[in-house]
Write a protein that binds this ligand. Structure first.
Ligand SMILES: [Zn+2]
Length: 174
C-alpha cells in the first residue's frame, strides 16, 4: 500500500530518508507518516489439546483460517483488547491467558504493518457464539493444523512455535 496524501492537510507526501529509514513527509506542512505498526491482540485458544481457528469472513484473505483476535482500540491494553475480541468473536470469557510472543505482520499483501501480541488462551466453559468476522469456527488437533489454508505468515509462525513448545514438553501449564 502506498500512501499519497497527508492526513493533516491533504498535501502530497514525498519519500524522504530520515535517521536511516524511509519516511513519507508532506511537501506542504512537513507532517511525517511514520508507518508504525498497529497493535493487535490475538488468541491461540486451546481446549483438550485442540486449537481453535476461525475462517475469515472478510478481506484480506477471506475464506482462510485465522486465529481469533483483532486490533486494539485507543486506550486499550492488549489484555483488555483480547477480552473484548473473545466476547465479540466467540461470545466467550477468558479463564486464563499467557503471553506467547510478538509477531510482525502486514494486513494483507502490501498492507499496513501490524504488531500481533499473541496469547495462549483458555476460555471459560460453555458454547461458542460466532461473531460476524468469522464464517466458521473449528477445533483442530495440533498435529493437523491446516497451515496451507492459513494466509497470515505470523499465524503460521505462532502456531509452529506453540506446537514446538508442546513437543519439547514446555508450555504445559494450565
Ligand atoms: Zn500536510
Amino acid at each position: 500500500m502506498t500512501y499519497r496524501f497527508c492526513m493533516a492537510c491533504g498535501g502530497r507526501l514525498r519519500r524522504v530518508r530520515q535517521e536511516g529509514l524511509d519516511r513519507l513527509r508532506c511537501r506542504r506542512c512537513g507532517w511525517i507518516f511514520y508507518g508504525n505498526p498497529i497493535p493487535a491482540a490475538v488468541a491461540l485458544v486451546v481446549r483438550a489439546g485442540r486449537v481453535l481457528l476461525g475462517r475469515r469472513a472478510n478481506a484480506p484473505y477471506r475464506g482462510t483460517w485465522d486465529l481469533p483476535g483483532g486490533f486494539l482500540e485507543a486506550g486499550e491494553t492488549p489484555e483488555r483488547g483480547l477480552s473484548r475480541e473473545m466476547r465479540e468473536e466467540l461470545g466467550a470469557r477468558i479463564r486464563s491467558a499467557r503471553f506467547l510472543g510478538f509477531f510482525h505482520e502486514t494486513y494483507g499483501p502490501g498492507g499496513f504493518p501490524i504488531l500481533a501480541v499473541v496469547y495462549r488462551v483458555r476460555l471459560a466453559p460453555g458454547p461458542l457464539r460466532r461473531g460476524s468476522d468469522v464464517s466458521e469456527l473449528r477445533w483442530f488437533p495440533r498435529r493437523e493444523l491446516p497451515y496451507r489454508g492459513i494466509a497470515f505468515p505470523s499465524v503460521r509462525r505462532a502456531l509452529a512455535r506453540f506446537v514446538a513448545h508442546r513437543v519439547r514438553g514446555k508450555g504445559r501449564g494450565k
